[in-house]
Design a protein around this ligand. Structure first.
Ligand SMILES: O=c1[nH]c(=O)c2nn[nH]c2[nH]1
Length: 294
């Protein structure tokens, strides 16, 4: 046997940071961090030699210390600082993977005003970051959205698809469409943390824009299919974020089936008369795409 690949670290490191302004306005960030390291660690697997192991607990402690010493917003910058720290600190560690899930806390509006220190969870979705710091090769960053659950009760069609002896699905010009958005955008390569820091304003802007493009397009477009809708979203994000190279969507099609009630005294509940539907937990369509800059 031989070790063909290895990385190890601490997953599900939860942290919460408060930034307090003198004027009383407070800012919070809650995130779950995963750090995974690669390097000259083979003998900790093959020869039970633990000397090269930067313990996963050490990695966890490092996350907390660096979160105290550095800004955690934008999360892309914090992830880059954290990843580069492991490369800079341990000469035998050559690659650091940092994944961050940012949990949604939106500032409350109370009596028409932004409340200084109260927040609410106004959405199921998370903000995601994946950073890889490689010795001598700079920093790659992928940002995204996960778990944005949306539904529209009309404005979605699906017709003109291939039909053969296996096809039963009727064509529809008006259906319910629901999905749970997983969307990500790959940034151009960054040469070092300083470049990430210098360009840090683009990360929050792109996150807000990608989320709004997803919501606006989902709501406004008369969708001819999930495929066409997700391509439309990618196209718009590429257009407003010139420093991104690829956009991806993975969209489950969470079906709501019409229920034929004609057995009950001829009750009409299909097609234009459909009002009562059966939400399906499974099976679900699953549509994926990556759209790249030409
Ligand atoms: O939008 C859709 N795309 C598909 O590929 C599909 N297949 N069944 N229903 C579908 N809806």
């Amino acid at each position: 046997s031989q070790l063909s690949y290895a990385r190890y670290g601490k997953d599900n490191v939860r942290l919460f940071k408060v930034r307090r302004e003198d004027n009383g306005m407070q800012h919070i960030t809650e995130m779950t961090v995963c750090t995974l390291l690669e390097g000259d660690i083979e003998e900790s697997y093959t020869k039970a030699d633990n000397s090269p192991v930067v313990a996963t607990d050490t990695q966890k402690q490092t996350v907390y210390v660096l979160a105290k010493q550095n800004p955690v917003d934008p999360p892309e910058l914090f992830a880059a600082i954290l990843g580069q720290h492991f490369i800079d600190t341990y000469s035998h560690i050559h690659v650091a993977h940092v994944k961050i899930i940012v949990h949604r806390w939106s500032r409350m509006t109370v009596d028409g005003e932004a409340h200084p220190h109260s927040f609410l969870r106004d959405g199921t979705d998370k903000r995601t970051i994946e950073v890889v710091a490689r010795r001598g090769q700079g920093i790659t960053i992928k940002s995204g959205i996960d778990g944005l659950l949306v539904l529209k009760s009309t404005g979605s069609a699906f017709y003109g698809f291939h039909r053969d002896e296996y096809t039963r699905l009727p064509e529809t010009w008006d259906r319910i469409l629901s999905t749970e958005v997983q969307n990500s955008w790959q940034w151009k390569q960054f040469k070092d943390v300083e470049q990430v820091r210098k360009e840090q304003d683009k990360f929050n802007k792109c996150y807000e824009a990608a989320r709004q493009i997803t919501i606006d397009t989902f709501a406004k477009e008369n969708s001819p299919s999930v495929q066409a809708t997700m391509y439309n979203m990618c196209d718009q994000i590429l257009a407003i974020a010139p420093d991104t190279t690829d956009i991806e969507y993975t969209l489950p099609n969470k079906h709501y089936f019409e229920i034929d009630l004609s057995w009950f005294k001829g009750l009409k509940n299909t097609g234009k008369d459909a009002e009562v539907y059966a939400p399906q937990s499974d099976p679900n369509g699953l549509i994926h795409c990556r759209v790249s800059r030409k």
